[in-house]
Design a protein around this ligand. Sequence first.
Ligand SMILES: *[C@@H]1O[C@H](CO)[C@@H](O)[C@H](O)[C@H]1NC(C)=O
Ligand SMILES: *[C@@H]1O[C@H](CO)[C@@H](O)[C@H](O)[C@H]1NC(C)=O
Ligand SMILES: *[C@@H]1O[C@H](CO)[C@@H](O)[C@H](O)[C@H]1NC(C)=O
Ligand SMILES: *[C@@H]1O[C@H](CO)[C@@H](O)[C@H](O)[C@H]1NC(C)=O
Ligand SMILES: *[C@@H]1O[C@H](CO)[C@@H](O)[C@H](O)[C@H]1NC(C)=O
Ligand SMILES: *[C@@H]1O[C@H](CO)[C@@H](O)[C@H](O)[C@H]1NC(C)=O
Length: 885
Amino acid sequence: MAATWHLLLCYLLVFSIWFRVDIYAETNSQDAAVLRSLKDQWGNTPPSWDKSDDPCAAWEGIICSDSRITSLGLSTMGLTGKMTGDIGGLSELVSLDLSYNPGLTGPLSPQLGDLQKLTILVLVGCSFTNSIPSELGNLSELTFLALNSNKLSGKIPSSLGKLSKLYWLDLADNQLSGKIPVSSSLSQGLDQLKQAKHFHFNKNQLSGEIPSEIFSGDMSLIHVLLDGNKLEGNIPSTVGSVQTLEALRLDRNSLKGSVPSNLNNLTNIIELNLAHNMLSGALPNLTGLNSLNYVDLSYNSFQKSEAPDWFSTLQSLTTLIIEYGPLEGSMPSETFSLPQIQQVKLGNNAFGNELDVSGNISPQLQLIDLENNDISSVTFGSEYNATLMLIGNPVCSASLNTVFCRIQQLGKPYSTSLTNCGDKTCSNNKKLNPQSCACAYPYEGNLFFRAPTFRDVSNASLFQSLEKSLWTKLGLSPGSVSLQNPFFNDDDYLQLYLQLFPSNGKHFNRSEVQRIGFSLSNQIYKPPPEFGPYYFLALQYDFGDGRGLSRGAIAGITTGCAFLLLVLAALGAYALRQKRRAEQAISLSKPFASWASSAKDSGGAPQLKGARWFSYDELKKCTNNFSEFNLIGSGGYGKVYRGMLSKNGQVVAIKRSERGSMQGGLEFKTEIELLSRVHHKNLVGLVGFCFEQGEQILVYEFMANGTLRESLSGKLGYLDPEYYMTQQLTEKSDVYSFGVVMLELIIAKQPIEKGKYIVREVRIAMDKNDETHYGLKERIDPAIRNTPNLTGFPRFLELAMQCVEESAADRPTMSEIVKALETILQNDGLNTNSTSASSSTSEFGNGKDCRTHPYNDSLPRKDGSESNAFDYSVGYAIQAKVEPK
Ligand SMILES: *[C@@H]1O[C@H](CO)[C@@H](O)[C@H](O)[C@H]1NC(C)=O
Ligand SMILES: *[C@@H]1O[C@H](CO)[C@@H](O)[C@H](O)[C@H]1NC(C)=O
Ligand SMILES: *[C@@H]1O[C@H](CO)[C@@H](O)[C@H](O)[C@H]1NC(C)=O
Ligand SMILES: *[C@@H]1O[C@H](CO)[C@@H](O)[C@H](O)[C@H]1NC(C)=O
Ligand SMILES: *[C@@H]1O[C@H](CO)[C@@H](O)[C@H](O)[C@H]1NC(C)=O
Ligand SMILES: *[C@@H]1O[C@H](CO)[C@@H](O)[C@H](O)[C@H]1NC(C)=O
């Protein structure tokens, strides 16, 4: 019988193998071998890749045609690892999209050049290094090449000039250097890319002159973005021959000489930005550029001049910016009646005389900024309601208090409204879908518009049109898009935070994430025309199955969540007995509230109360390109720099993680959340953070005197004291913060105010490295003892005290805490009348002092009463004996 079974099983096995191979194997064996090798090299490949041996049949991210793999798309999968030469074996591949996988590192494989059929290559937002392999020039079918936002260095290979079908070339936001290659007798160059509409080379370190060959009448360029490089020399006059140009950004270079006079041949131009150069000669004559919306000529060395005629004649102008310019004479009031004008920023010129804003004012006009000019009087009409800034003009020396002589805020930037959802908040990194008010995991990231036609970030109808186009074109449910905190960043890109919500359930699945990621990275999605060229950088997505995120992050999140529930449950149990307590508990749970809810109160992407987003470039700027000169500390975690924020001159300490020590996006978020709880006046605060371009940077208040570590370690309360020694936040750091929060819950009525005292005392005790905090415990405990019907409470307190042990090793683990809390709850439920404090015997071993002390001294109550009420702790006036450092 057994033998028969064996035979049958054996037969079935053989049969099934044969069956699979011969009938279901859809994938060409070479392609399958390549993919298996990629699967071995990369972390976080989709789970479906483990379930079947046949890529074409069942692997997500793969599209096949006649058993050959034609498309490999793994956008935003959280992939880690390197790109090896194996990929070159996918000889029928037409489209390769690995965008938004910052865990992909190392050089690009030269074998990419073997993919002879490739038309689309999208590697945006990864962390690839070294130079662009010249073999990419062999991809003769390529139409779309996006390598932006990586860490690529070296020169732009001239072989890219062979890509004669290319229409999109985006190399922006890397560390590319050297000259822009053009054809010579020896090699081809980018001037041969006659089909190219997009040259996006901005934010690199390109140097030398802009070659005149790159512009010619037979090119099709519409967007030429060379801003943020080290280009020098003159602007070539050939630029005037590219009549197709719509956006020309040459700002933030070292260009000099005068602007070629044939610029006004560019009749299709919409955005012209020449700011931050050393251009001289006359202000360019832009007369006739009737499509021009946005002009910025700030920070150059133009000859002194009166306002040019075109100030009054360019009918499409929305934005006119010439700060630190050469202007003198009178500011023409006609500018303010241009039909579309929104912002006029002409600060730090030498306009004098009278300013006349009494005439026809465009209804869209939002800002006239003429600070630091020489204006001596102003005439208003009744119509005028835009913001006017005249600080630093003679007219303000007499009337300092007039509105226009003070610093003013512009209208609030648009953010998708969550008012439908009332006070609802979401836990655990979920966000509120603005349409359904359901909590879900959005696909999110930063969206950057490099040449928008407008400057007003408060215009709801404009941003709502963007929302609508996003949900329509990306196939999402109406309304399931959230935009937050649009602002013009230091690169003069319009930056905003984008969240896209799943139509069903809490998560997008991998196919959907790949589809959305590709739509954004391959520019399939087109925003409304006012927004112009864009790029998107996705945050890593939480698929809810543990892939795409490190295990640590998931564990942290899960425990954090379990924790929160337990804390709330524990608090709830007490609250049953004391309503007041419950109200308190709710307000106290705020430190754990999700980003979404805090984003709601703060009206935007700063996301966390107090802590704001910084762009990488802003931080780069304020640390002088992370110069060694500003370095104030370093270690395995990365480096700490001193910097000064340009906005308000605040001096900050900037901790920049080294590549190798980076955490997953969500871990980083969790860290920020933790740090942003540190908002006590007497503690070093988190000012903000940066999470873009593969960087993880935290910005702290800067403490002068001594090293950062010394200053910080004396100042921190919520934060694991070991954190500044190790620069690592561990599970035990969470335990510490949790302990402090529990203590706050226990001690305070107004948690922050009163909690501060205990935090301070605990800190001081720790700083002194003595056991005063046990004394503190003694002072609190009597009250607990005097509270007869709270069996579990002493235990709860003791647990909290153990959590704030100075040494991480002495703190309980998360699971021990969970267990202890469960026990407390259980005991409480079973035995609510016991007065015994004996439940303090530890279930977990390593606390230094797990036993309760005898209680002798007790603190006087504020009101002198001996109330047994649950809110016992509120009555204590705990004095901070020692002021914090
Ligand atoms: C591919 O490009 C490299 C370098 O640009 C070149 O040396 C090589 O001959 C090319 N190979 C093919 C097959 O075209
Ligand atoms: C201006 O544009 C015209 C096409 O309308 C072109 O023929 C001419 O060469 C351009 N002028 C300059 C100076 O580039
Ligand atoms: C600017 O250009 C326009 C049209 O080309 C011309 O009529 C005008 O005279 C120019 N202005 C100056 C100040 O050169
Ligand atoms: C200014 O008033 C006009 C109507 O006269 C209105 O359309 C416009 O929205 C107002 N602008 C601001 C910034 O309040
Ligand atoms: C907002 O922008 C739209 C489109 O550009 C424009 O038509 C509208 O007048 C603007 N609204 C305001 C209040 O400026
Ligand atoms: C992913 O979700 C989409 C839309 O909800 C659905 O059509 C598709 O079948 C799902 N794919 C997988 C592999 O579950």
